[in-house]
Design a protein around this ligand. Structure first.
Ligand code: SF4
Length: 694
């Protein structure tokens, strides 16, 4: 730091990696960014950060960035650099032509959880107000869409119930299907501090994550379940709590639907849900399940934190509802130290969902079929809104293969590398006549694109991100966009080329429109964010300073709902050909598909994806540490180096998905959550065998 000297100026902004939403001072000499310093007054991080936010910003200046728009008539042709005007005109003409030839609903958009609230609001508005359909979806489809469904059904709104400060008052914490030390490091530090003070920890995860055993921390229980059996485990916990009379009857009578509770209690009390009955299915010893349930029900303030190991399953939404049941059953919603807390993977997953990215919901989680909701937007935008929900991402791809979906504007999302069943995604993209990729780099999806619009980094634009605790943080422009336009400006150019009359001069004006149309954002302005630093939604006349804790005086929907959660086995089965189960996750130093972290000049970012194999399974197949192994499933195959470890149980293998050459999603299936189509990334039947390498 000393070598770099005192910076000439600093701009406070928000990290663009994970859903913790750390604030940083971006320090500059002239126009050169010299370092990112964790901001002491940042309410989500209080001066802390992880390696990604602090050091992995070099991608902003990476030579791979594309700074000029490009077009081509077919995907077999080379790209041609053109002016912005020509690129936007080309894209608009193609999209309009497709609508004329194939109908209004033949095109759509995908918004990004990497982009700001304001940018996301504009992309879904592009679909609804300019394309005239609801074909808008978001990359949150493949991560936390079951959170939206599950918490919406049980509590009445799709959001974590707590602020991060809340963990300081927790006595027992369940971490299920999440690995906070790698995925949400700054929150993990706060959690570990509380655990060192004596709070108890229950980890529910097929893999022995660091929290299970780290310096000064020992989880009281590690329920190392067989992948795909979350629902059975959570229901068994409820079975113990109900049958042993450990539930909070007073809380349930006051706060929840009592009739539904009785139905639920009768359901979970059935012998088939007992820990002993599900021991073989889940692989979790019955006494561990009983011990964990008793601890959670009787240990004081109980909080639950969960991640994609919950949502990315064929029963992701069911597990989210099961977690909500567990919290209500024990009276653990509505005060500090408790609650249900989805740990959002990307910086703005919460915001992208809040902003109406889903094809059935307008901003603020209101269904498009409701005329009174449509009227709000019709009055604001001066156009009719289609009352029919649009297509989800997998439906868009299916419809493309079938020939009815022809054009896609994809902002800040590499669906070819991120979405399941890569071959099917490629087939869908190849069948479209106009794919517009709006991104920093020529990503994998761009191989199938006809228009490439250069994107801007978070350092190059103003806006807001909403973190996992519903905190709306300001993103401030640190440097001018290298490509000439911030992403929200590019969307505006495209909208106007297709007949829109948008006149936004600054994202603050977009936020004014969000506030005017979305009740939970009613009082949010850039002036308020300057004054307070950040606010948590709902932020309106009754909560003018925002809402750190949800459901304090009652659930948003009124009475909390207990919903019966029947376990249904995934259709992805092991068998003689594919006897092992693959599950996936992340490492601290990499971020998702690595587009940014891999382009930062530091060897730490080049750690390769490996395949974790239990020693027993490795020995059976003659695989040693560091050997190449072929990983094959019914969908495809890839090659990885072996890491022999007892972090995974026998019968389970694990890898990460950060490198495009690994292409972990080549092997994942196209099964998905029954309610939301969130892909089942976390369970794939596979076989492994020694290999000579890729
Ligand atoms: Fe960024 Fe998340 Fe790390 Fe904070 S914890 S610095 S938000 S990646």
């Amino acid at each position: 730091v000393d070598k770099l000297g005192t910076p000439e100026r600093a701009v406070v902004t928000t990290c663009a990696y994970c859903g913790v939403g750390c604030s940083f001072k971006a320090e500059l000499n002239g126009d050169e960014l010299v370092r990112m310093v964790p901001y002491r007054d940042g309410k989500a991080n209080r001066g802390h950060s992880c390696v990604k936010g602090r050091f992995a910003w070099g991608y902003a200046n990476h030579k791979d960035r594309i700074l000029n728009p490009m077009i081509r008539d077919t995907i077999d042709e080379p790209w041609r650099e053109v002016s912005w005007q020509e690129a936007i005109g080309f894209a608009a003409a193609r999209l309009r032509s497709l609508q004329e030839r194939h109908g209004q609903k033949s095109i759509g958009v995908i918004t990004s959880s990497r982009c700001t609230n304001e940018e996301t609001f504009l992309v879904q508005k592009l679909a609804r107000a300019v394309f005239g359909n609801n074909n808008t979806d978001t990359c949150a489809r493949v991560c936390h869409s079951p959170t939206g469904y599950g918490l919406g059904q049980t509590f009445g709104t799709s959001a974590g119930t707590q602020d991060f400060d809340s963990v300081e008052a927790s006595d027992v914490v369940i971490v299920i299907g999440a690995n906070p030390t790698d995925g949400h490091p700054v929150f993990a530090s706060r959690l570990k501090k509380r655990l060192r003070q004596g709070a108890k920890l229950i980890v529910i995860d097929p893999r022995r994550i660091d929290l299970v055993r780290s310096p000064h921390i020992r989880a009281s229980h590690h329920l190392a379940l067989r992948p795909g059996t979350n629902v059975a485990v959570v229901t068994a916990l409820s079975h113990v709590i109900v049958t042993e009379g450990l539930f909070d009857e007073t809380y349930i009578r006051e706060r929840c639907d009592w009739d539904e509770f009785q139905d639920y209690a009768a359901f979970v009390s059935e012998d088939r849900h007992s820990p002993e009955a599900v021991e073989t299915l889940t692989g979790v010893p019955a006494e561990e399940l009983r011990g964990a349930a008793r601890l959670f029900a009787t240990g004081g303030n109980g909080a639950i934190y969960y991640g994609l190991g919950v949502t990315e399953h064929s029963q992701g939404s069911t597990t989210v509802m099961g977690i909500a049941n567990l919290a209500m059953l024990t009276g653990n919603v509505g005060r500090k130290g408790v609650g249900v807390n989805p740990l959002r993977g990307q910086n703005n997953v919460q915001g992208s969902c809040d902003m109406g990215s889903f094809p059935h919901e307008l901003p603020g989680y209101r269904h498009v079929k409701l005329p009174e909701v449509r009227k709000i937007f019709e009055d604001a935008w001066g156009v009719p809104i289609d009352p029919e929900p649009g297509l989800r991402i997998p439906n868009m791809l299916d419809a493309a293969v079938d020939g009815s979906f022809k054009g896609l504007y994809c902002q800040g999302e590499d669906i070819l590398q991120s979405d399941p069943d890569t071959h099917h995604v490629a087939a869908g993209l190849a069948a479209m006549e106009c794919v517009i990729v709006h991104d920093l780099f020529l990503n994998e999806t761009a191989n199938y694109a006809h228009v490439f619009l250069p994107g801007s980094t978070f350092l190059e634009k103003d806006g807001t991100f909403t973190n996992a605790e519903r905190r709306i943080n300001r993103v401030r422009k640190v440097m001018a966009p290298k490509n000439g336009y911030a992403d929200w400006e590019v969307t505006q150019l495209l909208a106007n080329a297709m007949g829109g009359r948008w006149t936004y001069q600054h994202p603050a004006e977009i936020m004014e429109e969000i506030a005017a149309t979305t009740p939970s954002f009613a009082n949010v302005t850039y002036d308020l964010l300057e004054e307070k630093g950040s606010v948590q939604w709902p932020c309106n006349d009754t909560k003018p300073e925002g809402t750190p804790l949800m459901h304090v005086d009652g659930f948003v929907r009124g009475k909390g709902r207990f919903i019966v959660t029947e376990y249904l086995a995934t259709d992805e089965k092991t068998g003689p050909r594919f006897p092992l189960l693959l599950t996936t996750g992340r490492i601290l130093s990499q971020y998702n598909v690595g587009a940014q972290t891999r382009r930062t000049d530091n060897v730490v970012w080049h750690e390769a994806d490996v395949l974790e194999i239990h020693p027993h399974d490795a020995e059976q197949r003659g695989v040693a540490e560091g050997d190449w192994v072929r990983l094959a499933s019914r969908s495809g195959e890839t090659t990885l180096k072996a890491k022999i470890t007892d972090r995974v149980s026998p019968g389970v293998v694990y890898t990460t998905f950060h490198h495009p050459d690994t292409q972990a999603n080549v092997v994942t299936t196209d099964f998905s959550d029954w309610a939301t189509n969130c892909p089942e990334y976390k369970v794939t039947a596979v076989q492994i065998a020694p290999s000579n390498g890729p």
